[in-house]
Design a binder for this molecule. Structure first.
Ligand code: ADP
Ligand code: ADP
Length: 240
């Protein structure tokens, strides 16, 4: 579990677009935050700033004891190794097995070439990769090529790969935008049950209010780079 504090974060791209405008909020350890916003509202920019992939124009982000703007590249790598990431388009290596993709989650801990091949990876990591696959109910698909799995299965492999990393904070970018509603619901149910069970802090971007209400402890709405609302889900439901 890691806390996250974002203060006055502003990002102006080189072409003059203001993608984030004075964004401030804190996430408590174990809190499940949904970032809700239409296309272009700044969600991806915010996630990239949290990962340190994008430098803020002003403001700062603290993750645990790390203040991102003060970190050198080695410290940034160390910080990133504590963060899990789940993407809209899964980002698996399609020609490799589900198991092999999950094993790659260990690469943040060690860049040893042993991890490049399942046969040479340490036994303890191979065992853990199978446990992570089991947690997403894909034990029977371990040896199947990732690009032959359904979208929902691929996203579950991506979640298992993130678990392999043993992250303290998970950033999830539009996890169900590439899935049909049924597969999307299964992925969200699974992801949220893991997040609860491991008491992970999670920041998940979504663009559908209904999903946001169903899963978020708290919804932060972004529009044109500004926070439009920051509220708990109960409050939203009470207003109906
Ligand atoms: P979202 O993830 O909510 O769709 P983004 O963070 O991708 O929003 O984009 C926020 C705004 O910043 C948009 O107007 C987008 O066009 C712009 N933007 C995103 N990335 C860049 C970039 N690299 N250079 C210039 N403008 C960008
Ligand atoms: P996603 O749908 O996954 O949020 P996008 O399609 O919005 O991704 O953006 C894909 C990439 O293009 C991102 O890296 C983003 O920074 C970049 N991008 C988005 N909008 C712009 C823009 N107006 N100018 C330059 N780059 C952009």
């Amino acid at each position: 579990m890691l806390s996250l504090k974002i203060s006055g974060l502003t990002k102006v791209y080189l072409n003059g677009t203001t993608a984030l405008d004075q964004v401030s909020f804190s996430a408590q350890p174990g809190e499940g935050i949904v970032l809700l916003g239409a296309n272009g509202s700044g969600k991806s920019t915010l996630l990239r700033c949290i990962l340190g992939l994008e430098t803020a124009t002003s403001g700062d982000i603290c993750i645990g004891n790390w203040q991102i703007s003060q970190l050198n590249s080695q410290q940034l790598r160390q910080m990133r190794s504590q963060l899990g990431m789940v993407f809209q388009k899964f980002h698996l290596v399609g020609s490799l097995s589900a198991f092999h993709n999950v094993l790659h989650g260990a690469l943040g801990r060690s860049t040893s070439p042993r991890y490049w091949f399942p046969a040479t990876a340490p036994e303890i990591e191979r065992k853990r990769a199978m446990e992570c696959l089991d947690r997403v109910n894909l034990t029977h698909f371990a040896q199947q090529r990732a690009d032959t799995l359904s979208g929902g299965q691929q996203q579950r492999v991506a979640i298992a790969r993130t678990l392999m990393q043993n992250p303290k904070l998970i950033l999830v970018d539009e996890p169900v935008a590439s899935l049909d509603p049924q597969a999307g619901k299964e992925v969200m149910d699974l992801l949220w049950s893991i997040v609860r069970e491991q008491r992970l802090t999670v920041i998940c971007t979504l663009h559908q209010l209904a999903l946001a209400r169903e899963y978020g402890d708290r919804i932060i709405g972004l529009r044109d780079g500004k926070i439009q609302m920051d509220t708990t889900v109960n409050y939203l439901q009470d207003r109906d």
